[in-house]
Design a protein around this ligand. Structure first.
Ligand code: CS2
Length: 487
């Protein structure tokens, strides 16, 4: 176990926080303490805490789900004083190991709802950040608005002072602040969405308006919702990986974590009540994040799901196996060169050709053992966020549809959960209902077009695209992925 005590004699090669934990006071509350958050926001804030005058930016983590796994995680955090180790590994295999101290408390909301609300109402908390996944903002795909008919949201609206959703918690916290004459906080999304701040604004204001329009106006006038581009590949840590990480570090960490050495965070500098000195620890503070977001989502994430869907069908477990398959690598390179880069504008300081090379090298990092199943999970949300803009461009400009048609065919075939080696797997689609699964599992090659993930281009002329997708699905089923690859 790592504790304040063991920090004093860590194994060689593991860095301890260079500040005194007892000086740190919470200034940020974060919902969704997953691996990505621990390797990204917590990593940057940890560096900031070591700078003079930054000790009031410790983080309180909040989990929203109950269940055995969540309870175990909360207990592990408590046992370790919320400390955990991060191993950053380069494609060459070189690693750097650090104990991160930025997380100073961890609460499970279903068990301690009032403690969470007390933090949210406390003016010392100046930023409420979140990683709740692309699909977590409860935006209706058809209307583009916050979905008020969601059951949990309805429950919170009838009982606004004892909420269970993130929307209910945040808005109740802000209500208490307004009533006490305190300032609002910054609501900072760290999810991998285009204009994640705007999405968060829509979600939280959508809920607040339904709860109390006057409160919603106060929040609109006083809170801010900065947009950000976030990037760091952070795989799931299986028991086996955890054991390896501990073996290599010499630690006995209950919550070890591994990430690539690359990391990027570009944030619009719009904070309601101050922020840590992020610009001093490598965060790019900008006025407009748009071009960074497009570059990342349409290049890195879009390629990632191409590789994950294809790899799952071919029976590959990990993304480095996918990118090391020369046919899949060629597919991704051609997709980026032909379909994506010509429609992108380079963000200041970025070069799209270099970015492409770095993405491909990052995918090849064997130390990540990044699971195709993880990357291919929630395809319903990811297809919309990562591919839709490219598909719309190609349809509008009447350009070659081969690669996107193949991608969609691979996605739909992947949902059937069978690989070419005769194995099966369970695709993960948190937003699917029984009805959507029926469509996804149907033998009818055209049924999949009814999935909401495809809505983004149904208003455009999509007949040729559908025809190609159907043809390619047939080829994948009859002759396999390699026969369907458009390269
Ligand atoms: C992946 C991301 O799951 C996915 O969609 O593409 O988790 C990816 O690893 C991160 O966006 C990298 O920043």
């Amino acid at each position: 176990m790592i504790t304040r005590e063991t920090l004093k004699h860590l194994p060689q090669g593991v860095d301890a926080p260079s500040y005194d934990l007892k000086d740190i006071k919470p200034g940020i509350l974060h919902f969704g303490v997953g691996n990505f958050f621990r390797a990204h926001e917590a990593f940057y804030v940890d560096k900031a805490l070591a700078l003079p005058g930054q000790q009031n930016w410790g983080i309180v983590g909040v989990g929203l789900t109950s269940g055995e796994r969540s309870k175990k995680k909360a207990e592990d955090f408590k046992k370790q004083d919320c400390l955990f180790s991060l191993t950053e590994t380069a494609p060459s295999g070189d690693s750097k190991r650090t104990v991160i101290g930025a997380l100073r408390d961890y609460l499970l909301a279903p068990e301690q709802p009032e403690a969470v609300l007390n933090y949210l109402a406390d003016p010392a908390i100046k930023i409420v950040s979140m990683t709740i996944t692309e699909g977590g903002y409860n935006i209706d795909e058809h209307t583009g608005e916050f979905a008020l008919d969601n059951e949990a949201v309805q429950r919170d609206l009838s009982n606004p002072e004892s909420p269970s959703t993130i929307f209910g918690y945040v808005v109740e916290g802000l209500r208490r602040r307004r009533d006490a004459g305190d300032r609002a906080f910054t609501i900072m999304s760290c999810d991998n969405l285009r204009h994640n701040g705007n999405v968060a604004r829509k979600a939280f204001l959508g809920y607040a308006k339904a709860r109390d329009p006057e409160l919603a106006s106060w929040i609109e006038a006083n809170a801010t919702f900065p947009n950000a581009m976030v990037d760091r590949i952070t795989p799931t840590v299986s028991a086996e990986i955890a054991a390896r990480l501990n073996r290599e570090s010499g630690l006995d960490d209950l919550l070890p974590l591994v990430a690539e050495d690359f990391t990027q965070w570009v944030v619009e500098d719009e904070f309601a009540d101050g922020r840590p000195a992020l610009e001093k620890v490598g965060v790019q503070m900008v006025d407009d994040v748009t071009d960074y977001e497009f570059m990342k989502i349409r290049m890195l994430n879009a390629s990632h799901i191409f590789l994950a869907f294809s790899g799952l069908l071919l029976g590959y477990d990990h993304i480095d196996e996918s990118i090391n398959d020369p046919d899949l690598r060629k597919l991704v390179e051609t997709y980026l060169d032909t379909d994506v880069i010509p429609t992108l504008k380079a963000a200041p300081g970025e070069d799209l050709e270099n970015y492409k090379k770095s993405v491909i090298s990052r995918f090849s990092n064997p130390a990540m053992a990044d699971q195709n199943l993880r990357i291919g999970s929630d395809g319903a949300s990811k297809v919309q966020v990562f591919w839709t803009a490219t598909i719309q461009n190609l349809l509008n400009d009447k350009r070659d549809l081969d690669r996107v048609a193949y991608g969609l065919a691979a996605y739909l075939e992947m949902l059937r959960g069978k690989n070419e080696k005769g194995g099966t797997f369970e695709p993960i689609e948190p937003t699917f209902t029984d009805e959507t699964w029926k469509i996804a599992k149907s033998d009818d090659l055209e049924a999949g077009f009814a999935l909401p993930a495809f809505d983004g281009w149904r208003k455009l002329d999509h007949a040729a695209l559908d025809e190609k997708v159907t043809e390619l699905r047939k080829i994948i089923r009859e002759k396999g992925v390699k026969a369907a690859l458009p390269v």
